[in-house]
Design a protein around this ligand. Structure first.
Ligand SMILES: [Zn+2]
Length: 412
């Protein structure tokens, strides 16, 4: 199986570290998965890295200037503009080293004739749709078509730009993405019968393809559940990390919009005023990655008091829900500034070294969400269960009312 990274995968985790990359590396070392990265992606990522760095140096310098004047003591900022280019070069070298550790095949774009891109653009074939946009995606796609041979039984492109490449299909196990027809035609013409699919991020790729191949660490899971695993008590770990977790979730407002079933931008300027745990941490899976390393998938529910901007779509839908409290601060033509109390499921993946007894890293995301329980107001995190997993109230499967109705009909 071959997996291809779009830039969103690397921009989300600029140094390619953490449990999801460890799991991927494990599968690569076992020869189950191969990785390919178009060189256009690397250039784009390095550019994004530089932009991010410039923006943060600027705001850091401004804040430090303010602090210096408050305390009347000059403090030098650790990074200067003169060092910028060498930091960026250093990042690029490290990124390429890390990708070669992951044995990535590079897909160049310098062999793509300009005429191919122009023809695509004139035909308005995806990614072009008029207006000349889509040049980057065209280079990316053409480098895939040209750089990959048809020996793979399956190919997956991981891209956060799912709407550029495909369309979302509703699926009981969460959203599923299909390529647009123009891409489907290219796939049929270039790869014969090899199916190529689309995934939105490395987390969902691992959930679908990598985790199922790992073996479960049953005893360690029992120890974790009983709080007897040496060096790692999950609730203490969570107490310690909750601030960092909230900070990283606050930055991913697009993922929040998506997990609530909205478009990116329907919820914006997200700021958590307060957050607190409302459910104990629940272990979903404990996988054994190597003899020393385990990967723990777990989730919990957190209540957030958020300050944010909701556009009309998000406002009308969220204000219908009994368990969400919304106070409007300011009405606008297209939406409103609000304070909102909302319960959200959070998923965490922790990588833990059981021999050295330290956790290497973790990743966090908004968990699957199907709605909120009408009884207790906590999120519904499974649509295959007939009862609420928190208050145990039965939501589906009891046929009382239906039977009454049937009996009435019978008697008529
Ligand atoms: Zn409930």
């Amino acid at each position: 199986m071959l997996v291809i990274f779009d830039s969103t995968v690397i921009v989300a985790n600029l140094h390619l570290v953490g449990p999801n990359f460890s799991v991927l590396l494990g599968a690569i070392n076992e020869g189950v998965i191969e990785l390919a990265v178009p060189t256009i992606v690397i250039e784009e990522v390095v550019n994004k890295f530089k932009e991010k760095l410039i923006k943060n140096i600027k705001s850091g310098q401004d804040a430090l200037k303010e602090v210096s004047s408050l305390i009347r003591h000059e403090t030098p900022f650790p990074v200067s503009h003169e060092e910028l280019d060498s930091i960026v070069d250093h990042y690029k070298t490290n990124l390429i080293d890390r990708l070669s550790e992951l044995r990535a095949i590079m897909l160049p774009y310098d062999n793509i004739p300009h005429s191919a891109i122009v023809a695509r653009s004139l035909d308005r074939r995806k990614p072009f749709s008029g207006g000349g946009k889509g040049y980057r995606d065209a280079l990316l796609w053409e480098s895939i078509l040209r750089g990959i041979d048809d020996k793979y039984e399956k190919i997956v492109l991981i891209s956060g730009n799912t709407s550029d490449f495909g369309k979302k299909e509703v699926h009981p196990k969460g959203p599923h993405y299909e390529f647009h027809e123009d891409y489907q035609d290219d796939i049929t013409n270039n790869f014969n019968s090899c199916p190529i699919s689309l995934c939105k991020d490395l987390e969902s790729f691992n959930q679908k393809y990598t985790f199922p191949n790992l073996s479960q660490a049953v005893q360690i899971r029992l120890d974790l559940e009983k709080d007897t695993l040496e060096g790692l008590i999950l609730k203490d770990w969570l107490d310690d990390k909750l601030n960092d977790i909230a900070f990283s979730l606050q930055k991913s407002e697009e993922s929040l919009a998506e997990s609530l079933g909205f478009e990116p931008g329907d919820i914006s300027n997200l700021f958590f005023i307060h957050y607190s745990l409302v459910s104990p941490i629940k272990i979903d899976n404990v996988y054994k990655l190597t003899d020393n390393i385990i990967v723990i998938e777990c989730d919990f529910v957190c209540q957030f008091l958020t300050h944010c901007y909701l556009n009309k779509t998000a406002f009308f839908k969220l204000s219908q829900i009994k368990s969400i409290t919304i106070n409007v601060n300011e009405w606008h033509d297209e939406g409103a500034w609000v304070d909102m109390f909302i319960n959200l499921p959070i998923q965490v993946i922790i990588e833990y070294n059981i021999t050295e007894k330290h956790h290497a890293d973790y990743s966090v995301s908004y968990g699957a969400l199907y709605g909120w329980c009408p009884t207790c107001g906590l999120p519904v995190i499974s649509n295959t269960s007939d009862h609420c997993l928190f208050c145990m109230s039965k939501l589906f499967g009891f046929r009382g009312r239906y039977l009454d109705f049937a009996e009435e009909n019978d008697s008529v």
